[in-house]
Design a protein around this ligand. Structure first.
Ligand code: MG
Length: 177
């Protein structure tokens, strides 16, 4: 059993891609400023990178899971073309106002930490040494609830906050391999 290691968790909409409002069409995928470069930088530091994203648009009936998978396949292509890599993606399809009452309550929708816990157990991640970058208070709350350090991104180039995250991760663990 490998030793648990620190990781970087990224919110998706408003961090990796521009949040046009429930984006799900491949043609609406646009990187946030320097997002591809920032992910490449973190990847080249050897940090495992994960995405945790609320996709309540599924529960609201705006799009289906297949659309989310297509969007993610395209996003991963765009990221790897630029030299970065995402290890895994978790998304929550629930929403408090979901059409189907069974889709309204869950333990995964941020600010709850379920997606982070799920990824951590599947990939042997040490959450107390991990960092999450998000653009909303709910991302910070999920990070705190999971025991990660949250960094709130307020737009502009993603590089400075990514460098801060990598620096922090380097302090907690000199080697990621
Ligand atoms: Mg966001």
């Amino acid at each position: 059993m490998p030793e648990p290691r620190p990781a970087l968790f990224l919110d998706r909409d408003g961090v990796i891609n521009i949040d046009h409002g429930y984006p799900y069409r491949v043609e609406d995928f646009d990187f946030m400023p320097d997002a591809a470069e920032a992910i490449k930088f973190a990847h080249e530091s050897g940090i495992p990178i994960f995405v945790v994203t609320n996709q309540g648009g599924i529960g609201l009936g705006y799009f289906d899971e297949a659309a989310v998978h297509r969007f993610h396949a395209h996003m991963l292509d765009c990221i790897s073309t630029k030299g970065g890599q995402i290890m895994d993606i978790a998304f929550c399809s629930h929403h408090p106002n979901a059409i189907d009452p069974a889709m309204r309550d869950c333990s995964c929708r941020k600010p709850k930490p379920g997606m982070i816990f799920d990824l951590a157990s599947r990939h042997q991640i040490d959450l107390n040494r991990s960092v999450m970058i998000g653009d909303r208070d709910t991302d910070m709350a999920a990070a705190n609830a999971a025991g990660c350090h949250g960094l709130l991104y307020s737009g502009g180039s993603l590089l400075p906050i990514m460098m801060e995250a990598v620096k922090r991760l380097s302090f907690t663990d000199g080697s990621y391999s």
